[in-house]
Design a protein around this ligand. Structure first.
Ligand SMILES: [Zn+2]
Length: 456
């Protein structure tokens, strides 16, 4: 049997019901508190039985709106009755403290803020425990944090009124409402606080977080343990979630280039650029382009200088986080004996032996039309409309039949990358090839040989 939150005898004090459509009532004896007791099962005539849950609800309301409710416990001249939650909206609390200081002596508070769980009990207990009328949960003036019940009200009425506390009148003599302004109606948020905690603890039975007290919310509140939820407030005491970690390997796609058409057997330079958005440096030996769709597939476009048929190249040079890395590689057009063939091949980034990373597997597409060798380059540059894969026997023979089908003849911008003046691109390509030749003399020699083969 869990310990009682408060000694029951201390609850034989009066708190009023209070305000519009509520009648004063006397807090009675606390009901029998058992393991697993729900709010709907709670008996007795004291709202102290839901003290554990009520504390969580107040905390959660302050998560929804920081400092929505502040405590006046321990302030000079204010006596807080046992079991009273000493919370008010900040302007109301300040006015109460000023009134207490102004008059001197002790003001005795028997009720202030009331939680949704407490109001649920008062509403349920109507007709017993001396309660004639209670407001529906979410509707009581005490759930706004702007109401007080004062046991020694007669001695304090004038001073409270001077400090913006309005006396309710003869129908509820202990009750005062703060009317000083600068406040908001917190009742919707008192409902929302419960809805949030319920959903946090019951992910398979979620309810709307709308701040409206309806049948769905009422049913869940009735099923809740009077001692509260396993998981309490969603802010503050629980450490905030750590910021998302920057992964070691990450990349954004910048652009790509290469010809759209090649004659069978010809070789051309392709490139792709990615920005290193991770924390690890990229290295030519390990940070590579790999074939995808599926991954590690042997590509039909592989040239002799590829690392292997599924790995066109490593990054051209070491690429620090934040920098752009270029992956330059050669493509050799396969044979096309039966007429033009379009190859669509996908590539992605892979850190060898570690992981694939960067944009999705299908983000980088090389689409290349390979044409039979008997069709000279001038015809390739301006292809007539026709069905792909069928021989185009009707094309007229061009005049410049001897010109080699080099990459320079077809340009190197595809996809969404904006066009660049071809002279500049050619210069960049030459510079890159020079750099690679310096870094990889063997591969450069092979490339040079391929170029020769493709150019004759
Ligand atoms: Zn009241």
């Amino acid at each position: 049997m869990p310990a009682l939150p408060f000694p029951p005898l201390l609850f034989a004090i009066a708190i009023a019901g209070c305000g519009v459509d509520e009648s004063p009532w006397v807090e009675g004896e606390i009901g029998r508190l058992e393991e697993g007791l729900t709010v709907a099962q709670a008996g007795g005539c004291s709202t102290a039985i839901v003290a554990g849950l009520s504390k969580q609800l107040i905390d959660e309301q302050n998560c929804i709106r920081p400092n929505a409710l502040v405590s006046f416990a321990g302030k000079a001249g204010i006596d807080v009755g046992a079991g009273v939650f000493p919370f008010l909206e900040p302007p109301a609390a300040a006015a109460l403290e000023k009134a207490a200081l102004a008059q001197g002596g002790k003001i005795q508070i028997s009720s202030a803020f009331r939680t949704l769980a407490q109001q649920f009990l008062l509403y349920k207990w109507q007709g017993s425990c001396g309660i004639q009328i209670a407001a529906s949960p979410g509707k009581s003036n005490h759930e706004t944090g702007l109401a007080l019940d004062v046991s020694n009200h007669g001695a304090w009425q004038a001073t409270l009124q001077k400090h913006s506390w309005q006396w309710y009148g003869a129908n509820d003599v202990v009750h005062f409402d703060y009317v000083g302004g600068g406040t908001i109606d917190l009742r919707g948020e008192s409902v929302l606080a419960f809805q949030r905690l319920w959903n946090l603890n019951n992910p398979n039975d979620k309810i709307g977080e709308d701040g409206d007290y309806g049948p769905q919310t009422a049913a869940r509140l009735g099923k809740t343990d009077v001692n509260g939820f396993a998981k309490g407030k969603t802010c503050g005491g629980n450490p905030p979630p750590p910021p998302p970690m920057t992964p070691a390997l990450a990349a954004d796609r910048i652009g790509q280039g290469g010809p759209a058409q090649l004659t069978e057997g010809a070789t051309a330079t392709f490139w792709a650029e990615y920005r290193n958005t991770g924390t690890a440096k990229w290295h030519p030996a390990t940070t590579r382009l790999g074939t995808t769709g599926p991954r590690d597939r042997a590509s039909a476009l592989a040239s002799a200088d590829w690392i292997q048929p599924s790995r066109p190249t490593g990054v051209d040079q070491e690429t620090a986080p934040g920098a752009i890395g270029r992956f330059t590689f050669l493509v050799t057009a396969p044979a096309a004996p039966k007429g033009p063939v379009v190859y669509a091949e996908h590539f992605a980034l892979v850190e060898e032996g570690v992981a694939w990373f960067g944009p999705k597997d299908d983000a980088y597409l090389v689409e290349l039309e390979v044409r039979p060798a008997e069709h000279p380059p001038s015809e390739i540059a301006v292809p007539p409309p026709r069905a792909l894969g069928s021989p185009d026997a009707g094309d007229p023979p061009p005049g410049d039949a001897g010109e080699p089908p080099t990459e320079a003849a077809s340009g190197c911008n595809v996809g969404r990358r904006p066009a660049t003046p071809s002279a500049l691109l050619a210069l960049i390509a030459l510079l890159l090839l020079g750099l690679r030749a310096a870094r990889y003399p063997k591969r450069a020699a092979a490339r040079s040989a391929l170029h020769s083969a493709g150019s004759t």
